[in-house]
Design a protein around this ligand. Structure first.
Ligand code: SF4
Length: 384
C-alpha cells in the first residue's frame, strides 16, 4: 500500500499511523467521534467510483467539525480526482501498489488545478509548466496552422505568466499583432510583453513600439538594465568599449540584455519567441514548444514552421506594423552602435558586430549548444 500526498505528489510507502475508517454512510456521530479527541488519521471509503459521498464527509470533517488531522481517501479512485479530493479536504490517497501510485504522482505534477468547474473554481484545465506539458502544448500547436489559434492555445494551456520578449523585429511584430487580435490579454491571460531597453536602441525601435501600442491597444513595458552595473561597465570599458574586444562586447550584452531578460523571465511559466526553422541550419529543428529546464518554463515558438515567404506575405496581408529601418537595408536589428544595414545578398548577420570575424562572432552570439540563447532571443537576432 502506498500513500500519495495530494498536495506535493510525494509517495509514502507505509503510513505511520493506522487510520479510523469511515464508511460513506457514516452519520454525524461517527464523524464527530472520528474527529474528536486525539484522533489520528481518518480514512474515508469510496466503495465505487460513482459514489461521491466521501467528498461530503471530508467537507463536514473540515468545515463543521474543525478536524485538522490527515484525511485519506481509500477505495475506488482515479488520479483525475486528485484536485477535487484536495479541495474537499483530503490530504492523501491510499493506492494499492507503487505503479498505480506513480501514475498518481505524474498526474499531480501535470494538473495544477481541477478541471471540474465549480463556483469556487470556474477555470478550465491548465497545465503546470513541465516537460510533459511542453510536449502536450507542442502537439496542440502543431495541430493548427492558424497563428491566432496558437496564441489562444498557449494562453489556455499555460498556468501562470507568459513572457513575450519583443525586439520589434519582423517575427516579433507578427506575434505581437496576433496576441492583440487573439483577445487573450483582454480576456485576462497573464501575458507579460516587454522589450529590453538596453539604452542603445535605435529611435526607430522605440517608435515602432509606440506605434504598435497605439495600433494594437496593448502595453509593451521596457525592461532596463541595472543602472549601477551599466555605470560600472562604462567606467571600466568606455562609452563604446564593446568594440575593443569580444570580452567587452559580451560583458556589455550580459549587463544590458541577458541579466535584464533573466530578471524579466523569473517566475514566468511560458516564454514566447519568434524563432523559425528556416532562419538557419542551426534552427532547422526548433520545436513549437520545448521545456527549458534551467528556467523552469516552456518556450513557445509559434512561427517555428513559417517560411520567409509566409512571414512577408502575412505582414503585407495583415498590415503589421514594422520597423522602418527594414526598408533601409537593416535586417537583424539590435542596438544602434552594433547594427548596420546590409547589401543585397549579404548574410543577415553581417550587419551585426561587423568588426568581429564571423567565427568569433559565433562564439559571442550563442550560448554553447543553445539555439535559444538569452541574448539571441531577447534581441531578435533571428538570423544565424
Ligand atoms: S548589442 Fe552592442 S550595445 Fe547592445 S548590449 Fe550588445 S554590445 Fe552592448
Amino acid at each position: 500500500m502506498v500513500l500519495v500526498d495530494l498536495g506535493t505528489g510525494a509517495l509514502v510507502a507505509e503510513p505511520e499511523e493506522p487510520a479510523t475508517v469511515l464508511e460513506p454512510s457514516a452519520d454525524h456521530d461517527a464523524l464527530a467521534t472520528a474527529a474528536g479527541g486525539n484522533a489520528g488519521p481518518v480514512a474515508i471509503l469510496f466503495p465505487t467510483f460513482a459514489d461521491g459521498r466521501g467528498f461530503s464527509l471530508a467537507r463536514i470533517l473540515r468545515d463543521r467539525l474543525g478536524f485538522a488531522g490527515e484525511i485519506r481517501a481509500v477505495g475506488s479512485l482515479i488520479p483525475d480526482q486528485s484536485q477535487f479530493l484536495l479541495r474537499s479536504g483530503f490530504d492523501t490517497a491510499e493506492i494499492a501498489d507503487r505503479d498505480a501510485a506513480e501514475t498518481w504522482r505524474k498526474t499531480l505534477s501535470l494538473i495544477g488545478r481541477s478541471y471540474q468547474p465549480s463556483a469556487r473554481n470556474p477555470l478550465p484545465l491548465r497545465w503546470n509548466a513541465s516537460s510533459e506539458a511542453a510536449v502536450e502544448l507542442g502537439r496542440a500547436l502543431a495541430a493548427t496552422d492558424d497563428l491566432i489559434e496558437r496564441i489562444k492555445l498557449t494562453a489556455e494551456h499555460i498556468e501562470g505568466r507568459v513572457a513575450f520578449s519583443t525586439s520589434a523585429g519582423l517575427e516579433d511584430q507578427v506575434i505581437l499583432q496576433a496576441i492583440a487580435k487573439s483577445g487573450v490579454v483582454k480576456a485576462g491571460a497573464d501575458f507579460d510583453i516587454f522589450t529590453l531597453d538596453t539604452g542603445r536602441l535605435f529611435p526607430e525601435v522605440l517608435e515602432t513600439i509606440e506605434l504598435s501600442e497605439l495600433r494594437y491597444r496593448i502595453r509593451i513595458r521596457l525592461v532596463s538594465p541595472d543602472a549601477r552595473e551599466v555605470e560600472e561597465l562604462v567606467s571600466r570599458d568606455g562609452v563604446f568599449g564593446f568594440r575593443q574586444s569580444i570580452d567587452n562586447r559580451k560583458s556589455c550584452c550580459e549587463i544590458r540584455k541577458v541579466r535584464p531578460l533573466n530578471r524579466a523571465l523569473e517566475g514566468a511559466q511560458g516564454w514566447i519567441a519568434g524563432l523559425r526553422r528556416e532562419q538557419s541550419q542551426a534552427r532547422a529543428d526548433v520545436p513549437m514548444a520545448e521545456w527549458d529546464a534551467e528556467r523552469g518554463l516552456i518556450k513557445i515558438n509559434p512561427l517555428a514552421d513559417w517560411s520567409d515567404e509566409r512571414l512577408n506575405d502575412y505582414i503585407d496581408a495583415n498590415g503589421v506594423v514594422v520597423n522602418p529601418l527594414h526598408a533601409q537595408g537593416f535586417v537583424s536589428i539590435g542596438c544602434a552602435p552594433c547594427t548596420r544595414a546590409i547589401e543585397p545578398g549579404e548574410d543577415p548577420r553581417a550587419g551585426r558586430w561587423w568588426w568581429e570575424s564571423e567565427d568569433r562572432k559565433e562564439c559571442g552570439l550563442h550560448v554553447a549548444g543553445s539555439e535559444t540563447s538569452a541574448e539571441s532571443v531577447a534581441q531578435g537576432e533571428k538570423a544565424a
